[in-house]
Structures are given as C-alpha cells and as structure tokens.
Design a protein around this ligand. Structure first.
Ligand SMILES: Cc1ncc(COP(=O)(O)O)c(C=O)c1O
Length: 425
C-alpha cells in the first residue's frame, strides 16, 4: 500500500487549530489530565463523552431544589413534573424529527425492550428479527430475549446480516430479506456500527425494510450528536440511543427514544405502560383507564431521574450554540486528518476497518492491528502512557474518535504519533 502524501509536521495541526472557528468550545469541558496536570489527548468520546463544565452546576441546581423544596420541587415553576419536556425539541433537532416523536427516558437497552414490545409482533411465518452480524452484545441479548419471550427459538428466528461486501448496505439488506422470503418481522440496525465505525444509509435501509413488509428500528448510540441525521426522511418505526457518548450526558445518562408520528395515537399498537405515559392532566387519577399522551411520551413508565438528566441539558445547549452542521464539518476534517496520518505513519501495520468515504462514517476510526491480542492491549497501554486515551476491543481493534466539540488537530496528531511509536516498540 502506498501511503498518500500528508504533512506529518505538528505545525500543520497547530495551524489548523488556529483556524478552527469552534476552538473555544473546548473550554466548555472539563478535560481529563495526566499526573503532571497536562490535559490528556482524549480520543474516546465514542465511549464516554467528556463532562461539560456546566453539568456540575446543572446537577447542583437540582440538588438545591430538592434540598430547599422537597416534594414541592415537582410542581414548582420549571419543576420536575415537566422536566423531561425540555429535552424533546433539542434531541429532535439532532435526529431530524418532530419534538412529539422524541422522549428522553430510561437507558438504551430498556428503551429497546419497550420498542420491541410494541413493534415486534410475530404473526404466522413472519416472526424473525434481523440484526447486523457482530451487533453490540446488549442489542443481541435484547432481541434474543424478546424472541424467547414470544416462545420463539433465537437459534432459528434471529437472522444476522452478514455484511457481504464487508459493508452494511441497503443492497445486502435487500438480498438478506429476499433470501428470508417474508419471514422477517422486524429489522434492527445501527446508525453507526460500534466496532467498525461504519455509518449506514438509514433512509435506504428503511426503504428496503418497508418494501419487504418489515418494521425497522435503529440503534443510534454511536450516531446521535455525531452525524447529521434525518429520521423525517428515513421514516423508521422507532429509534433508540444513549446519551453518554457524543451527547456528553454523563455515565449512565438518561437515554432517548423516537417513535414515528404515524404510530402515535394508533391504538392497535400494544405498549408496556406506566403512569408517566398517561395524560398528565389525570395522571394521579387512577379512576380513569390508561390514557396515553399524544406523543412518544406515551411510552414513559416512571417519573424521570432528574439528577441523571440535568447534565444532558448542559451539553445540548452547547450543541445548539455550535450547530450540528458546523460540528460535522469539523468532525470530517479531524477524522480525515487522523486517517491520513495513520496511513502515513503506520502504513501496513494497521488495517483501517472504517470506510474511507466521509459520508459512510462519523468521528470514529477503527483500526485492526496486525498483531495478536496481547500486543494490541500493550499498544493501547503504551499510547495511554504517552498521554493518549483510546479504547480497545478484543481481540485486535483500537477505536479512536476525535470529537469536534473538544478535540483539536494536535490531539489527532498526538494520537497517530503515539500509535506509530507504540507499533515500533
Ligand atoms: C450500540 C450500543 N447498543 C447498546 C448499548 C448498551 O447501552 P446501555 O447500557 O445504555 O443500555 C451500547 C453501549 O455502549 C452500545 O454502544
């Protein structure tokens, strides 16, 4: 392989940082530091996004309200009764949906189960679920257990989409559904595949699923806050995501859920219900039957965990200020720079699993090291000793994600240089 020419000189990175119109956003985050106080080069936002400085105050504000007001904080102006409502519009903006299609609630896998309870309705021969080969374990466990819950055998009724061309394309989905001949009831695909970093064409895949008579949902864990998404155009039945990666909502932060507006108010759709999905005007009045809210909020079960939600608001404010379009432009530049440096500095010692086309990836680059697992772990550790944080997925994949909200071109330079040095050790 011939590496394309790229200036590996640190001066290039410094110049690009100097020209970065979003550079000031970095100061809105607390940066993990090394023992000597220097900021780490944090390339791990695909795993856990950094803490917005304002998150601390947001949590303290709610703790103060609890301490001052007790239960009264639920009903106070701006209180907790309607706290979740403030998240719908900004989250909808990030995924290209209507606010009434979006709700912040629970955690990702819980939301996936709630969506599968509503949308996976096996009937007759049509009783299979299709997911991608190598899906995130929790997604696989969720769909396997849903199949078992319906008395179906996951060994035969779970179909795995092998990416035939090495890619998760609408064509490979089309071929798999055609092969399956009307037996798949529901398709669950990622917005971005967690291991390879490949972004799928949501609209094309949703169109294929619909054409084959299947319902389709997306796991947007690695896509929200990373790509410019347009669910209004893709029209999946549902989508779920977590908020602790590119959304910087904090560990175990409140997750999110999208329900397509065509299903809202449709009584034919069963749902696992709780009081927080009931019409708020009569929520405390057990005398009436369950009266669902006219939005995705109808899928809420419990009153929301305020302290796990507050940090997300701080982060969403930063997205609103910066604008996803500008963030994405910087993200494409950062990841393109990372790719060019890795090719130039590491050559054949690494295989880049992530597609080269910027439209088919987000911030993350996944690198397969042509080494055994122990050596891959050692390389990740050696990069950490050089002040670079990445993550490692067994047996041999390193994932690096420069995040446009807080990463600089010099972080990318440090990451690629530390990798090249570790490979030579
Ligand atoms: C693609 C994907 N799906 C599901 C999960 C599980 O998320 P949770 O523990 O929030 O349910 C993760 C967590 O990283 C993930 O990356």
């Amino acid at each position: 392989m011939t590496a394309p020419a790229v200036a590996t000189d640190i001066g290039i990175a410094l110049d690009r940082d100097a020209d970065d119109e979003l550079a000031d956003l970095r100061s809105e985050f607390d940066l993990p530091r090394q023992d000597d106080g220097a900021a780490l080069h944090y390339l791990c936002g695909h795993s856990l996004g950094l803490m917005p400085v304002a998150a601390r105050q947001a949590v303290i504000r709610e703790l103060d309200r609890w301490s001052r007001l007790g239960a009264q904080a639920h009903l106070d102006a701006g209180g907790w009764f309607a706290f979740h409502e403030r998240f719908a519009a900004p989250l909808a903006g990030l995924i290209g949906a209507d606010a009434r299609e979006v709700v912040a609630m629970n955690s990702l896998t819980v939301n996936l189960h709630l969506m599968l309870a509503s949308f996976f309705r096996p009937t007759g021969e049509r009783r299979r679920i299709l997911i991608e080969h190598g899906a995130f374990p929790s997604d696989r466990y969720a769909v396997e257990s849903q199949l078992a819950f319906h008395g179906l055998d996951p060994a035969t009724e779970l179909v795995r989409l092998a990416a035939e061309s090495g890619r998760l394309t609408a064509e490979s989905l089309d071929a798999a559904l055609a092969r399956d001949d009307g037996r798949v009831a529901l398709v669950l695909l990622p917005g971005i595949q967690y291991l390879t970093g490949e972004a799928i064409d949501l609209a094309a895949c949703a169109a294929v699923a619909r054409r084959h008579g299947c319902r389709i949902g997306f796991d947007l864990a690695h896509a929200i806050g990373n790509l410019e998404l347009n669910l209004r155009a893709a029209e999946p039945d549902f989508a779920v995501w977590c908020s602790y990666k590119y959304l910087n909502g904090g560990p175990g932060a409140i997750a999110g859920c999208f329900v397509n507006r065509r299903w809202i108010g449709d009584d034919s759709l069963p749902r696992l219900a709780g009081w927080w999905g009931h019409d708020p005007r009569t929520r405390f009045d057990g005398a009436t039957g369950f009266s669902p809210m006219a939005s995705a909020e109808a899928w809420q079960l419990s009153n929301p965990p305020i302290l796990a939600m507050a940090p997300l608001e701080a982060s969403l404010t930063l997205f609103a200020d910066a604008g996803l379009e500008r963030l994405r432009r910087k993200s494409v530049a950062l990841t393109g720079y990372l790719e060019a440096l890795v090719r130039s500095l590491c050559g054949d010692a690494v295989e880049i699993l992530t597609p080269a086309d910027p439209a088919a990836r987000g911030a993350q680059l996944s690198l397969r090291l042509c080494r055994e697992a122990a050596a891959t772990a050692r390389i990740a550790a050696s990069m950490r000793a050089a002040g670079v944080v990445v993550d490692w997925r067994a047996p041999d994949v390193l994932r690096l994600a420069p995040v446009p909200l807080y990463n600089r071109f010099v972080d990318v330079h440090a990451g690629a240089s530390a990798l090249a040095a570790a490979l030579e050790e």
